[in-house]
Design a protein around this ligand. Structure first.
Ligand code: ZN
Length: 311
């Protein structure tokens, strides 16, 4: 069996108000809430997972909503943009939708030969919708408002901003197996060929840029995808060989993971495909129930009383 990184597994970000977050991602953006659970370290806070129908790795965006949290600031040592892939010709739909719903966006632009539309979520988290050159065949989640002609397919890329990209690039190329594909001005595009989608990391080198502050509206970490636990441990050894600190294997109920801070300052995670989100809910039911890890079942009533209502 090959030991491979399979692109992005999930991205985790920080939000403010839980209901606003839920309404934006399920309503405006048309994603499926695939898991509603709590922060395992802070069970009075939600942990939302949004994705496609099944919560396929490469489509999963997760949030910790903390009411009243201060706003973060984009800068270096951060994932500064999250890119989704959308069908060709759908950017007009999205631009109209953002206009109607008072979402902050920029007019479409082009980079690496692809049209994209930038927008901010209610907490200021920055996104791009990209009409990808390579046709994206990943099945989409459809809602009454966002049908298949326009719905997002899953991640296209992430952007990391850095003063000097060398050390981060070395992790991507020497440990993970990404290759530098293209450079436009100060943006270098790294691509991994083990998967067709969610396989791009852009490094933006901005020598004068200040360090960002990770808080509301910021990405907390990005998780890269591996097939299983054996592969996870193979990469753990590789990372330790490079002299980097990394956690032990952690059971996140829906995947197994490891965390390490890459030398450029961004928190990276490696996460497995197994066991997946249907381990404690059927495919139809995904996201409908508040799922608690075993250690918190005894205080379910208390937790349910404290968590904000979503409807
Ligand atoms: Zn994670």
């Amino acid at each position: 069996m090959k030991n491979e990184i399979l692109g992005i597994h999930h991205i985790t970000a920080i939000a403010g108000n839980a209901k606003k977050n839920y309404d934006f991602y399920t309503g405006i953006l048309g994603l499926r809430l695939i898991k509603k659970t709590v922060n395992f370290d802070d069970p009075h806070t939600y942990h939302f997972y949004y994705g496609d129908e099944k919560g396929t790795p490469g489509s999963i965006l997760t949030f910790f909503p903390w009411e009243g949290i201060q706003a973060g600031r984009r800068g270096t040592k951060q994932v500064t943009e999250i890119g989704y892939s959308v069908p060709a010709g759908s950017l007009d739909f999205w631009q109209n939708r953002f206009e109607q719903h008072n979402i902050i966006y920029n007019k479409p632009a082009v980079k690496f030969g692809e049209r994209y539309l930038t927008f901010l979520d209610p907490d200021g988290l920055k996104f791009e919708l990209t009409e990808a050159k390579v046709k994206d065949t990943r099945p989409q989640w459809e809602t009454a408002a966002v049908s298949k002609e326009n719905a997002v397919h899953g991640f296209h890329h992430i952007t990391i901003t850095t003063n000097k990209m060398e050390a981060t690039a070395a992790v991507l190329t020497q440990i993970f197996g990404y290759k530098l594909a293209e450079t436009e001005v100060n943006r270098s595009r790294f691509v991994i060929d083990t998967v067709e989608q969610a396989n791009i990391v852009d490094l933006v080198e901005a020598p004068g840029e200040a360090i960002g502050h990770v808080a509301g509206g910021s990405v907390h970490h990005v998780a890269f995808r591996v097939k299983d636990e054996a592969t996870l441990m193979y990469f753990r050894d590789k990372i330790v060989e490079q002299g980097l600190n990394i956690t032990e294997k952690i059971d996140r109920n829906y995947f197994y993971s490891l965390y390490f801070r890459e030398p450029g300052g961004v928190l990276f995670e490696l996460a497995t495909d197994n066991p997946g989100f249907t381990i404690d809910e059927s495919l139809d039911e995904l996201g409908h129930n508040l799922k608690l890890p075993a250690q918190y079942e005894s205080i379910r009533e208390e937790i349910e009383g404290i968590l904000p209502k979503l409807t």
